[in-house]
Design a protein around this ligand. Structure first.
Ligand code: NAI
Ligand SMILES: O=C(O)/C=C/C=C(\O)C(=O)O
Length: 486
């Protein structure tokens, strides 16, 4: 059986404890590989290697040399596209059509975009007057923050990990990555690409393991890490923030959401249905930007529900190697338990189940996979847990609204504020509503349309800080002002 080891200081190493855990294929429940679980010893070795590398060749490189290497990393991912694709699809069960269009290309783009950005970004300068009339000149320079702890989730494993590692390295930092225990493979594979691209030893380190009382906690408790970037559940973000408070370390947190889709009667119905099918069901609903609450203006409510139901029922459930499949399993049986508990709660709370609501019949070879049906409800009260809590599954509740004010109030009614999607052909309304929504990201007549130069992140309990474009540079560098008296 294949073993997945840590990648520390440019070498693959096992755990001193000899502890291994199973990496499971969620499509069929089979063990894919055995993964080494890091103890404090391995985490410490990774952090030491990362600290030393800051002072080694990486720290002395010019921006041109460093960014040329990062372009080679991107090219290395592209050259091994099929290997990354296979690994990501086996770890997550997601359809190849999805991973080949989103996950793997973004893995490469995340290095290129930030390598190009750091070469072109300017820093501020201010001339000032002084009492003696000679004046002074202030100018800013950016310096790497240091050793960055990267804790990444399982839903878009390569995409979300490189979304952090790309800018961190472009800015001259070194990293210790703790990928999700559910999806260790592409993070491990990236070590080989880093090596071939000429990334010096110790710049990119990977430790595997779980969260609490395991590699995740050991990394966030380590005193020699300068800052942490995390994507995942809000509660986990709170735990990481508390750990980072020791030593006043900065955090960038991209957390949970319970995002609203708002569909106005003047929308282009075909586009609204196509977009909402993706925002509710893509990646089996496991996208933090997904819309689990859909508000539809009353005159088109019945038609919208009927058409979304028809679309959901046309999704083709199947494993990644089935070219016709566009809907995979959830990440694990444990996560399926959570999702099914909401499916049950919806019924207990009096929902009308428009479609789905359970576990599909799958062929014998997939019977042990984490499959669930795409599910749509109507008729729940606004305070039902199904409508207020992040489920992170392929499901949505649809509720009618009458006025624009009501739709905005409903969308803003929860403590989350990550993303929203508005569907309307009235441009004035689109701008007006977008401006009022309490969310870090608002899409109009689209969903998950990403320009990597834009600010990405959540408000309220959906996160702290923004990444993307120059906003990533704000987090991954320290800005120093130099004041020169003339
Ligand atoms: N992208 C997102 O917004 C994601 C949201 N979730 C949400 O979180 C729920 C739970 O899923 P999990 O996989 O348990 O998410 P999680 O947020 O706990 O895990 C994400 C990462 O954090 C690490 N982690 C967990 N506890 C930690 C700790 N105490 N210290 C340091 N690292 C820690 C995990 O090992 C993993 O690498 C899901 O049902 C879903 O609602 C999960 C994954 C991604
Ligand atoms: O950076 C992106 O384009 C996508 C981000 C998606 C998430 O952060 C998520 O699903 O957690």
């Amino acid at each position: 059986m294949k073993e997945i080891k840590h990648y520390i200081n440019g070498a693959y190493v096992g755990s001193a404890s000899g502890r291994l855990f199973d990496n499971i294929n969620p499509a069929n429940g089979r063990v894919l590989s055995k993964v080494h679980e890091a103890g404090r010893e391995e985490v410490d070795a990774a952090v030491r290697a990362a600290r030393a590398a800051l002072k080694g060749p990486w720290g002395r490189m010019s921006v041109e040399e460093r960014t040329a290497i990062l372009h080679r990393v991107a090219d290395g991912i592209t050259a091994r596209f099929d290997e990354f694709l296979e690994a990501e699809c086996l770890d997550t069960g997601k359809p190849r059509s999805l991973a080949s269009h989103i996950d793997i290309p973004r893995g490469a783009a995340n290095f290129k975009v930030f390598a190009d950005l750091v070469k072109n970004v300017a820093a501020e300068a201010f001339e000032m007057a002084t009492p003696d009339g000679a004046g002074a000149l202030n100018y800013a320079v950016r310096r790497p923050k240091g050793v960055i702890g990267v804790i990444s989730p399982w839903n878009l494993p390569l995409l979300l990990m490189t979304w952090k590692v790309g800018p961190a390295l472009a800015c001259g930092n070194t990293v210790v990555v703790k990928p999700s225990e559910e999806t260790p493979t592409t993070t491990a594979l990236l070590g080989e690409v880093m090596q071939q691209a000429g990334v010096p030893d110790g710049v990119y380190n990977v430790v595997h393991g779980f969260g609490g009382n395991s590699a995740g906690a050991f990394l966030t408790e380590h005193p020699d890490v300068d800052a942490y970037t995390f994507t995942g559940e809000t509660g986990t973000g709170e735990t990481i923030m508390k750990a980072a408070a020791n030593g006043v370390r900065q955090v960038s947190l991209e957390l949970g959401g319970k995002n609203a889709g708002i569909v106005f009667a003047d929308c282009d119905m075909d586009k609204a249905i196509e977009g909402t099918l993706r925002s509710a069901f893509a990646n089996c609903g496991q996208v933090c930007l997904g819309t689990e609450r859909i508000y539809v203006q009353r005159p088109i409510f019945d038609e919208f529900v009927a058409r979304l139901k028809a679309g959901a029922e046309q999704l083709v459930l199947g494993p990644p190697d089935d070219a016709t499949s566009n809907f995979g399993p959830l990440i694990s049986l444990k996560h399926r338990e959570k999702v099914l508990s909401y499916y049950q709660k919806a019924v207990e709370d009096g929902a009308t189940v428009i479609t789905g609501g359970g576990v599909p019949d799958m062929p014998a070879e997939l019977a042990h996979g984490a499959w669930v049906q795409p599910t749509i409800w109507t008729g729940l009260k606004d305070d039902s847990a199904v409508v207020t809590e992040e489920i992170f599954g392929p499901c949505c509740h649809i509720r009618p609204f009458d006025s624009e004010e009501e739709a905005v109030a409903l969308a803003n009614s929860l403590p989350y504020g990550l993303a929203s999607a508005i569907w309307t052909e009235n441009v004035t309304r689109a701008h007006r509503v977008a401006g009022q929504l309490e969310a870090g990201i608002v899409w109009v007549n689209s969903w998950f349309l990403r320009d990597l130069r834009t600010a990405f992140g959540g408000s309220k309990q959906s996160g702290i800080g923004r990444e993307g474009g120059v906003h990533s540079l704000e987090f991954y560098t320290e800005m120093k002002n130099i004041c020169v008296k003339l």
